[in-house]
Design a protein around this ligand. Structure first.
Ligand code: SF4
Length: 687
C-alpha cells in the first residue's frame, strides 16, 4: 500500500434528493466516493434507501462536472480565475444597483442547497444591495404550504413527523403520490397498512400510492375545495365536528359553517357522488386520530393556498391537531425546501420567518448583522422576477436552479432571461439555463461540503464533506464569502459552514438551541428549539397554535375554477408531476446509470378511450400543444387517468412539460398553475 492510499472510510450524511431526509453513509476510497450504505441508525429510513438514494453518489465524479469559472466573451464561454469571475460579478451587480437601486437585482436560491448557503446568499443580497428580491424554488412547489399553514396555524410547516402516521387511526392522503415521490415516507404508509390503519387516497390519478390504499377516491382535477367543503358540510350536518376543540382553540368557525352550507352536493364539479363524499367525511370524523398528508397536487394550482387552508379547516373541524397521530403534513419534494424557506431565502422574511416589514425585527437584524438600511417592503417573488427581467431587473443570480426547464412556460422564461444585462448561474453541471448566462460559477456537490438540510418534518440533518470538489470548483458558501469580500461588506468572515450555522442560531430564536454537536445524534433535532436545553419540537401546536393569539383560524373558502380549463380548441386537462427514478431536471439523476436505464425518456399518460378515439397506440409518439408552446413525447395508454385527462412527468428537457404549463398565479402565494392547463394532442404520423 503506498503512503497516499487511503483506507476505506464511511462519511455519514443526508440524501441530496427529496425532503424525507434519509441518512446514509458515503463510502470513500482513495479520495473518491465509491458507493453508499443506508444509515441503519437513522430513525427516518432505518437502513433503507429508494433507487435515487442508493445511486446518489454516482454523479459526484461525473466527467461533466463544471470545474472552472466561465466568462462569456464574444458569445463564447472561456475559463477564468475566481478573481476575474467574481470581480466581474461584483462590478456588474454594483453597477445595476447604483443605476436602478434594489429593484434592479434578483436572487434565486435552490432548495437543493444546504441551509448555510441559502442563509449566506440571502444575507449577502440584503446587506450588500438592500433588496428583498430573493426567493427560492419553494415558490413553485410548497409556497402555498408556507402561506396557507401560516394563515391557518401560525406556522408554515408540517405539524407532525413522518413516523407518526403509525399512531393514526386513519390516513387521508390528498394530491400526494408518496410511494413514487417520497418513497421512504411511502414506506411509512406501507407500514401503517400492515398495522391495519385505513388509508384513503384522494387523487385524480390511480397512482402507485392509490394502489396501496384501502380506498381510492378519484375526483376531477383541481376540484379539491369543493370536495373538502362538501366533506365539512356533512361532518357539521351530522354533528360530528369537535365542538370543544373549536370553542377553545379556534376562531372563524361561523364563517366556515356558512360557506360550506352551499356544498351539500358537489358531484357536478368533482365527479364524486354525494353519498361517497358523505361516507368519506364521516369516516374521517369518526377516527380518533386522523392525519392528512398532501403534496403538490394540492399546492401547484392558482388555488394552492386556499387548498392548503381547506385541509387546515378540515383537520381543526375534527380536532385533529396537536397530538400524536394527527396533523396536516406537506411532503417536501426537494431535500431542503423547508430549510431554504426557514433560512430567509424568501422575499418578506429573515431566517425563522421573522418579518422584514416589522420595524423592531429589522432593527434587531441590523444590530446583529452590524448594518443599516435593511429593506422593509415585500420583495419580488421568483416567478414575478422572471417577468421583470429587463425592466426593472437588470442583474440576476441563479443559484443551482435550471428555470429554463423547471419554471412554467419555458419559452417565456428564455425570452425573459435574454433581456437581462447580466446573469450569473452557479451550479455543478452545465444546464439549459447556463446558455443564457454571462458568468457560470462551479459549485460543490453535497458530497464535497459541510452543512445541513432541513427535512419536511423540520428535522435538521447534517451534511458532511467526504471528498474535495473537482478542479477549481468550490463549496458554494465559500463562493459567497469571496463575493462578499469583493463587495466589501461586513459579517462574512466565515471560515466554515459551522460558522455560518452559528450565525443562523445567533439571529434566529426558533433555532438557537440546535448546535452542530446536537446534530451528531442520528435523530438530530426538530425546530423550534429555542435553547440548548430545549428538546426540540417534533409535534407542533400541542397546547396552542403558533399564531399571535394562539388560536387556529378557520376560513370560509369558495371553490373557483383553475385559470385555464379545457375547451373545444384545447380539449384535454394536463396534470404534471414526478416519477420515482428522477429528480428535478435530471441534471444529477440522469448521470446515474441505473436511473437513466430505468427511465431514459419522458412520457404522457392518457386514457384508453381517448387513445382509441384518436387512433393512438401505447408507446407511440404524440404531439402536445398548449397556448404557450408545444412538445412531443411517448403515449402511455391505460386507465390510470380518466378520459379527458393527461399526466406528464416534469423532468425531461427533451420533452419539457413546462413548455405547455401556465404562468397564472395563486394570488396569495404567487404559485404558478403547474398542475393544470388545457392542451390538444395529435398522433404523429410516420413519414
Ligand atoms: Fe433520498 Fe428521498 Fe429516496 Fe430517502 S426517499 S433515499 S431522501 S430520495
Amino acid at each position: 500500500m503506498s503512503d497516499n492510499t487511503e483506507m476505506m472510510r464511511y462519511v455519514p450524511t443526508t440524501c441530496p434528493y427529496c425532503g424525507v431526509g434519509c441518512g446514509l453513509n458515503l463510502v470513500v476510497n482513495n479520495g473518491k466516493v465509491v458507493g453508499v450504505e443506508p444509515f441503519k441508525r437513522s430513525p427516518v429510513n432505518e437502513g433503507k434507501l429508494c433507487p435515487k438514494g442508493m445511486t446518489c453518489w454516482e454523479f459526484v465524479h461525473s466527467p461533466d462536472r463544471l470545474t472552472s469559472p466561465l466568462i462569456k466573451k464574444d458569445g463564447k464561454f472561456v475559463e477564468a480565475s475566481w478573481d476575474e469571475a467574481l470581480d466581474l460579478v461584483a462590478s456588474k451587480f454594483t453597477e445595476a444597483y447604483e443605476k436602478g437601486g434594489p429593484k434592479a437585482l434578483g436572487f434565486h436560491v435552490s432548495c437543493r442547497t444546504p441551509n448555510e448557503e441559502c442563509y449566506a446568499l440571502q444575507k449577502l443580497a440584503r446587506v450588500a444591495f438592500k433588496t428583498n428580491n430573493i426567493d427560492n424554488c419553494a415558490r413553485i412547489c410548497h409556497g402555498p404550504s408556507v402561506a396557507g399553514l401560516s394563515l391557518s396555524f401560525g406556522s408554515g410547516a408540517a405539524t407532525n413527523p413522518f413516523e407518526d402516521v403509525l399512531n393514526s387511526d386513519l390516513i387521508l392522503m390528498v394530491g400526494s403520490n408518496a410511494v413514487e415521490a417520497h418513497p421512504l415516507a411511502g414506506r411509512r404508509i406501507a407500514q401503517a397498512k400492515l398495522k391495519g390503519i385505513p388509508i384513503i387516497v384522494a387523487d385524480p390519478r390511480f397512482t402507485p400510492t392509490a394502489r396501496l390504499a384501502d380506498e381510492w377516491l378519484q375526483y376531477n382535477p383541481s376540484t379539491h375545495i369543493a370536495l373538502i367543503n362538501s366533506m365539512m358540510y356533512w361532518i357539521i350536518k351530522e354533528g360530528k365536528h369537535d365542538k370543544e376543540f373549536i370553542e377553545k382553540r379556534t376562531k372563524g368557525f361561523e364563517d366556515l359553517k356558512k360557506t360550506v352550507e352551499q356544498y351539500a352536493d358537489v358531484e357536478s364539479v368533482t365527479g364524486v357522488p354525494t353519498e361517497r363524499v358523505r361516507e368519506l367525511a364521516l369516516k374521517y370524523a369518526a377516527a380518533k386520530n386522523a392525519v392528512i398528508i398532501y403534496c403538490l397536487g394540492i399546492t401547484e394550482l392558482t388555488t394552492g393556498t386556499d387548498n392548503v387552508r381547506s385541509l387546515g379547516n378540515l383537520s381543526m373541524l375534527c380536532g385533529n391537531i396537536g397530538r400524536p397521530g394527527v396533523g396536516v403534513n406537506p411532503l417536501r419534494g426537494q431535500n431542503n425546501v423547508q430549510g431554504a424557506c426557514d433560512m430567509g431565502a424568501y422575499p418578506n422574511v429573515f431566517s425563522g420567518y421573522q418579518k422584514c416589514e416589522d420595524e423592531a425585527t429589522r432593527k434587531k437584524m441590523e444590530e446583529l448583522w452590524g448594518v443599516t438600511g435593511l429593506a422593509s417592503e415585500y420583495g419580488v417573488t421568483l416567478t414575478e422576477q422572471i417577468t421583470q427581467c429587463g425592466d426593472p431587473i437588470k442583474a440576476m443570480y441563479m443559484f443551482a436552479l435550471n428555470p429554463v426547464v423547471s419554471y412554467p412556460d419555458s419559452n417565456h422564461v428564455m425570452r425573459s432571461l435574454e433581456k437581462l444585462d447580466f446573469l450569473v448561474v452557479q451550479d455543478i453541471f452545465w444546464t439549459e439555463t447556463c446558455e443564457f448566462a454571462d458568468v457560470v460559477l462551479p459549485g460543490a456537490s453535497f458530497a464535497e461540503k459541510d452543512g445541513t438540510f432541513t427535512s419536511g418534518e423540520r428535522r435538521i440533518n447534517r451534511v458532511r464533506k467526504a471528498v474535495d470538489p473537482p478542479g477549481n470548483a468550490k463549496a458554494d458558501w465559500e463562493i459567497f464569502v469571496m463575493l462578499a469580500e469583493k463587495l466589501g461588506i461586513h459579517g462574512f468572515d466565515f471560515k466554515s459552514a459551522e460558522d455560518i450555522w452559528n450565525d443562523v442560531r445567533r439571529v434566529t430564536p426558533s433555532m438557537a438551541g440546535i448546535s452542530y454537536a446536537r446534530m451528531e445524534k442520528p435523530e438530530s433535532v426538530h425546530w423550534p428549539c429555542p435553547a440548548d436545553d430545549h428538546p426540540g419540537t417534533p409535534i407542533l401546536h400541542r397546547e396552542k397554535f403558533s399564531s399571535a393569539d394562539g388560536l387556529g383560524a378557520f376560513f370560509g373558502i369558495e371553490y373557483r375554477e383553475p385559470a385555464e380549463v379545457a375547451d373545444a380548441e384545447y380539449p384535454f386537462t394536463l396534470m404534471t408531476g414526478r416519477i420515482i427514478f428522477h429528480y428535478h431536471t435530471r441534471t444529477q439523476t440522469d448521470r446515474c446509470a441505473a436511473l437513466h436505464y430505468d427511465a431514459p425518456e419522458g412520457y404522457i399518460q392518457m386514457n384508453v378511450e381517448d387513445a382509441k378515439r384518436l387512433n393512438i397506440k401505447d408507446g407511440e409518439k404524440i404531439h402536445i400543444r398548449s397556448r404557450r408552446g408545444e412538445t412531443d413525447t411517448i403515449a402511455h395508454v391505460g386507465t390510470d387517468v380518466a378520459p379527458g385527462v393527461l399526466y406528464m412527468s416534469m423532468h425531461y428537457g427533451n420533452a419539457p412539460a413546462n413548455k405547455l404549463t401556465n404562468t397564472a398565479l395563486d394570488p396569495l402565494s404567487k404559485m404558478p398553475e403547474l398542475k393544470h392547463c388545457a392542451v390538444a394532442i395529435e398522433k404523429i404520423e410516420e413519414a
